[in-house]
Design a binder for this molecule. Sequence first.
Ligand SMILES: Cc1cc2nc3c(=O)[nH]c(=O)nc-3n(C[C@H](O)[C@H](O)[C@H](O)COP(=O)(O)OP(=O)(O)OC[C@H]3O[C@@H](n4cnc5c(N)ncnc54)[C@H](O)[C@@H]3O)c2cc1C
Length: 301
Amino acid sequence: MSVREKMLEILEGIDIRFKEPLHSYSYTKVGGEADYLVFPRNRFELARVVKFANQENISWMVLGNASNIIVRDGGIRGFVILCDKLNNVSVDGYTIEAEAGANLIETTRIALRHSLTGFEFACGIPGSVGGAVFMNAGAYGGEIAHILQSCKVLTKDGEIETLSAKDLNFGYRHSAIQASGAVVLSAKFALAPGSHQVIKQEMDRLTHLRELKQPLEYPSCGSVFKRPVGYFAGQLISEAGLKGYRIGGVEVSEKHAGFMINVADGTAKDYEDLIESVIEKVKEHSGITLEREVRILGESK
Ligand SMILES: Cc1cc2nc3c(=O)[nH]c(=O)nc-3n(C[C@H](O)[C@H](O)[C@H](O)COP(=O)(O)OP(=O)(O)OC[C@H]3O[C@@H](n4cnc5c(N)ncnc54)[C@H](O)[C@@H]3O)c2cc1C
């Protein structure tokens, strides 16, 4: 029996797409094919895929909204598990529990509907709950670490565990999940009662700031670089004269130099070359070495 036949038999009922191009799923609109792109509808299907992949020695990885990744042009071997169908969100008192694939922005709107405060900072971050926990996503002084109470994970060996915020060892755009290889299945956020009007005003204010400062009309992966201690990456890039600097179809945004936008059918190679070149030029200009925030996955062509 071929691996494909075995897969279809053992993973029967699970939505699997073969040789599926990833560019249409990714915020940067670049990237090659996944050998097997899987859409589990619940954690049991997800666990079945991981078990099968481990048994068959096939590599696997999970994605949320693909808003903080660049998939290389040669694509990703093995399974890519997209979590967007695991998207249940429930509210219990001042706590919100959301599955990994729940849209982060939608989750902040649910908090607003229940007049719960604490989640406003994330109202414009286009990730999933799982990706946000993995990255410790943050903005405007807030971050996931400030509100996360606990999360359920599937370890890379297929065990389900509940981790406290302390276990996650959060830091700036860092969580312990990044090294453990576990899959975030769901997360519980501890919020506080607030005024619907005040929460809404704050979310409107932050949305307005984003629209004003970020090139949201173009494909991008948000801020490409982490904030170097004591500096802003965008400012360093701008001071090095790199606004509008372009390689292939990807350019440093004129509006926000921390963003690289795909303006003309750019490729992952264009992104990688531009990132390397910007790091080099900023180092020459300011002596500071920028560190990537965006994660680059898969194989070159
Ligand atoms: C326009 C724009 C604005 C942005 N603004 C911000 C901002 O203000 N602040 C900020 O922090 N980020 C920002 N980002 C980046 C991005 O939205 C966040 O990092 C987000 O948390 C990534 O979530 P995701 O679901 O898209 O993750 P993905 O891009 O799908 O994945 C990112 C990483 O997380 C891992 N991952 C995803 N889901 C899981 C899971 N369930 N379990 C384990 N690992 C998982 C993936 O394997 C990958 O390594 C922005 C991006 C864009 C395009």
